[in-house]
Each structure stands twice: as C-alpha cells, then as structure tokens.
Design a protein around this ligand. Structure first.
Ligand SMILES: Nc1ncnc2c1ncn2[C@@H]1O[C@H](COP(=O)(O)OP(=O)(O)OP(=O)(O)O)[C@@H](O)[C@H]1O
Ligand SMILES: [Mg+2]
Length: 321
C-alpha cells in the first residue's frame, strides 16, 4: 500500500475508454509531495485525459486514484479543494485586467477580502505581473497570460497543481520565463504534475519524467537517467571541402563517431559539453580543415519514442479520431 502521506498523487491501474477508443489502458503513477513530475507524450497519448480524471472532471472506468490523500471517487469535493488547475489553453478573461481576474478567482473560492488582497499582491509580485496588473488581459503577451492563468490557479493556496502543457505555443523566451515561474512553486512545497510534448521542458522542470504512449506509461526515470538511456547529445559537422573531409575523419577523435562521405558529415557523441566541442574545433583548425556548418543535436521526444517503442514517432499512435 502506497503512503498518501509521502505521495501527493497516487494512480493505480487507471483505465478510460471513450466508446470503442481505449485511451488509458492501465496507468500507474505516483508523485511524491513537493516534487514535479512531467508526463511526457505525443498528441493523443492520454495526458489531458489523466489530468481531467485527477481534477474530478471525468470519471475513470477502472482504477484507484488518490489526490492529497483523498479518493477522487468518494471525496471529489476534498480533491477539488486540494488542487489548482491550469488547462492546455490559457483560461483568463480577456476583457478584465490581470488584477480583476485574480480577484474574481478569489471570490469564486470564497476567500475573505483580506486574504484575496494579500494573495493577489503576492502572486502578481511572484510572477512579475505587478506592473501589468491594471491592464486588460487582451493586451498581454502569451507568456503573461500563461503566468496569470498559473497565478489564478494558485489563489487558494492549493498544495497540488496540475499544469496541462503550460508552455505550448509560446516563443522560446516566454517559455523560459514561464519555466522559471513554475520552478518557483517548488520553493513553496507545492506538488506539480505537468504534461508536455517536449523532452527539453520535462528535463528543465521535472524531478521525474514519465513517458506516456498510447495510454500506457512506457518509461519513468529522472531526467538525467532518461536522457542517458535514450542517447547523448551529438555534434554534427559538415566539412567544407571533399579532400578535407577524408582528413577530418582521421583527425577527429571522439566517442561513437560516424561519417558520411557523400554528405561530407562527421558526427560524434558529446559527453562533456562545450569543452569537448571546443576540442574538436581546435583539432580541425590545427589541421587547416574548414567547417561549413555545425549542429548540436539534443535528444528529443522522437528519440525517446524510438528508444522505448522501437517505432517512429508517427507509427502506432492512438491518433485522435
Ligand atoms: N471526450 C472525448 N470523447 C472522445 N474521445 C476523446 C475525448 N477526450 C479525449 N478523447 C480522445 O482520447 C485520446 C487522448 O486524448 P487526450 O486529450 O488525453 O490526449 P493528450 O495526450 O492530452 O494529447 P495533446 O498532446 O494533443 O493534448 C485522443 O485520441 C482523443 O481524441
Ligand atoms: Mg492534451
């Protein structure tokens, strides 16, 4: 029996079908209190379905689910009081200001006026929205909306937060900003379950990554271990001249080397970051070999899938009907 004291979320053998479509086929997952777990999976894998079941918005067909120690089947009210939910699409009122959105959420939760005022100020400050607080949300950038949405879900001090693809459709800079915001939740001891399609996001944020494909968890590990199981970063070089290419192959030393003469490419695994890349470039420069392009390829969700399923990412998926 798993302890609800240690684990903020416990999911055992969770199953859910929509008509003939088996979406969740027996999911087991636990999230320790104060941890961030990232549920990593492609479109249609069942991520939002899990979040909706955990939030009591959808009934499961089978399984035991405990959130903050409460059974979603018999104690839905207590579950709802324990959670904050940020959906896949920012869910704030465009015509109200940021401040008004937060005040409204506070009232929905029946918080007292003084608590609402204090909490609103605190959240605006924490998420760097104080200056924009009196502007209508329709003037906010995508990243600011996401942060406001996140702030709104935290208004009633929930110990557990669900974030469904918190940075989808954000540009890289806003994404980083929202990531930093999410990281701050950890300082308050909040437990976070987030979903994402990006290995990089899961890697940056999570203590544990659970990979979901076709309604099942196919791998669960720390980001570091998961990445090393899937594959290292690779440096790919295109050599400028064909006769240099032959020499480059003999000059470059490194792990897991491969080359392609027709494309004049050399690729190798990078295990020690920038120093190692610098070393390779120095070897080439000393031999007077010019490089045309240089790419550092990080493992992606696609690589995770290839590794754990043996399938290409678009094969064998439970596509939306
Ligand atoms: N209410 C519903 N009725 C019928 N089918 C549904 C319903 N909700 C979800 N599905 C189907 O269940 C599967 C999983 O959907 P879900 O939204 O959980 O995926 P997801 O992992 O969140 O995907 P995405 O990354 O695109 O958000 C999909 O095939 C979807 O079409
Ligand atoms: Mg989804």
């Amino acid at each position: 029996m798993l302890s609800t004291q240690e684990n903020a979320i416990i999911i055992e053998d969770l199953k859910k079908s929509f008509k003939n479509l088996e979406v969740l086929k027996g999911v087991d997952l636990t999230v320790r209190r104060g941890n961030i777990l990232a549920l990593l999976g492609p479109n249609g894998a069942g991520k939002t379905t899990i979040i909706r079941i955990l939030s009591t918005l959808l009934h499961p067909d089978n399984g035991n689910v405990f959130v903050n120690g409460f059974d979603i089947k018999t104690q839905p009210q207590e579950v709802r009081r324990s959670i904050g939910l940020t959906g896949q699409f920012a869910d704030v009122d465009e015509y109200l200001t940021g401040l008004e959105n937060l005040l409204m959420m506070g009232k929905l939760y029946h918080l007292s006026r003084s608590v609402i005022t204090r909490r609103t100020e605190e959240l605006l400050k924490k998420f760097d929205l104080t200056e924009a607080a009196r502007r209508p949300v329709k003037t906010y950038s995508g990243g600011m909306r996401r942060k406001l949405d996140l702030a709104a879900s935290l208004i009633a001090y929930p110990p557990i937060v669900f974030l469904d693809e918190p940075t989808s459709s954000l540009d890289p800079r806003s994404r980083l900003n929202v990531w930093e915001t999410i990281k701050k939740l950890l300082n308050d001891g909040v437990t976070v379950l987030l979903t994402t399609q990006h290995l990089e996001e899961a890697d940056f944020l999570a203590d544990t990554i659970a990979v979901i494909n076709d309604g099942r968890i196919i791998a669960e590990d720390t980001p570091g271990r998961l990445k090393s199981r899937v594959g290292k970063e690779r440096l790919e070089l295109v050599i400028k001249r064909q006769d240099d290419f032959e020499r480059a192959v003999t000059v470059i030393t490194g792990n897991d080397l491969s080359h392609n003469s027709a494309e004049k490419t050399v690729s190798l695994a990078i295990e020690n970051g920038v120093n190692e890349i610098q070393g390779v470039l120095n070897q080439l420069a000393e031999s007077g070999i010019e490089v045309d392009t240089l790419t550092l390829r990080k493992p992606t969700l696609d690589d995770v899938f290839m590794h754990f399923t043996g399938l290409k990412p678009d094969e064998g998926r439970n596509e939306a009907a």
